[in-house]
Design a protein around this ligand. Structure first.
Ligand code: SF4
Ligand code: SF4
Length: 307
């Protein structure tokens, strides 16, 4: 392992223990902050920005003004409708969240070292061994913090822990190959085969994502394709057929997971003060999910509904 990477810092927003939908067996999932895409249906909006973000829960606030007093930047003001934070002044120090007696303020995102994260991952080695599980690096986009990710992958590799990377694929090809040398499984998102539509709904075109997927497959990487199914956006027959044909052209790639869209993340957007831009889209029915699954199976893929 490259010793210089052990002390590498990265910013994460969660470490989830006993995860069972992020790869095989029981896993610890580490959620990186920062993503180059901005999908309208994103279920983890706290992973979009690379910096820490403050959350304010107005319904919990008792109007005591403690946060106003402790903020070193003078970024918070009390108003009749609760507290107002001037984001241009906030430096994300977290003092207000630590002080608030009502837990109305929270800081999402923490800078941590490779050592610290590996210490957390190591605690559950027994569960990984018994269940065929391991660690999953997700986000956000883990490849946006290359040295931090490589350091974690190397450290987990030395402990013989199964490593999975959940990626958008929108990353530098050379970096992706370095990651592939240290990764047992990729969870690789495919959102839309039409580049213009991909750009419309995610903010970026899809050529780099598709090229990188081909590159990884040609290098023999083990890959599970993950497709979020969003009615009215990507589950029409044409897109599903194009997806099925593309996946079937990739050597060694057979597994597809269909992820059912749901709007449960809307509350997170509200708390973060972010706009939910998808609008009113209802989750697909079981029948719709089955129909997409069957259509993809015709291309020879093994399709599973769920993570
Ligand atoms: S995170 Fe720090 S700078 Fe930002 S509002 Fe809270 S106390 Fe002020
Ligand atoms: S410290 Fe917490 S409860 Fe008090 S005013 Fe600030 S946010 Fe509200």
């Amino acid at each position: 392992m490259r010793k210089d990477l052990v002390k590498e810092n990265g910013i994460i927003f969660d470490i989830k223990k006993y995860a069972i939908h992020d790869g095989p067996g029981i896993r610890t999932t580490v959620f990186f902050k920062g993503c180059p895409l901005n999908c309208r249906w994103c279920q983890n909006p706290e992973g979009l920005a690379m910096s820490a973000q403050g959350i304010y829960r107005k319904d919990r606030c008792i109007g005591c003004g403690e946060c106003v007093n402790v903020c070193p930047e003078g970024a918070i003001a009390l108003s009749p409708s609760g507290v107002i934070t001037d984001l241009s002044k906030c430096v994300h120090c977290g003092t207000c969240a630590e002080t608030c007696p009502a837990e109305a303020r929270e800081l999402v995102g923490k800078v941590v070292t490779v050592d610290h994260v590996v210490g957390e991952i190591k605690k559950d080695i027994l569960f990984y061994d018994e269940s065929g599980g391991g660690v999953t690096f997700s986000g956000g986009e883990p490849l946006m913090q290359p040295d931090f990710l490589l350091g974690l992958l190397d450290a987990c590799g030395e402990l013989d822990i199964h490593r999975t990377v959940d990626t958008t694929g929108y990353a530098d090809a050379e970096l992706l190959l370095k990651v592939a040398e240290r990764t047992e499984l990729f969870l690789y998102d495919l959102k839309h085969m039409d580049s213009e539509k991909h750009r419309e709904y995610t903010g970026v075109p899809n050529e780099q994502i598709l090229n990188n997927l081909e590159l990884l497959a040609n290098h023999g990487a083990k890959i599970n394709i993950r497709i979020p199914i969003i009615p009215g956006i990507n589950c029409d027959d044409e897109n599903i057929d194009r997806t099925g044909a593309f996946v079937s052209s990739l050597p060694g790639v057979h597994d597809i997971n269909l992820l059912t869209y749901h709007s449960a993340a809307q509350g997170k957007y509200r708390k973060l003060g972010m706009e939910y831009r998808l609008g009113k889209v209802l989750p697909p029915s079981e029948d719709e999910m089955e129909a997409v699954s069957k259509r993809l199976e015709k291309f020879g893929s093994q399709v599973k509904i769920g993570g």
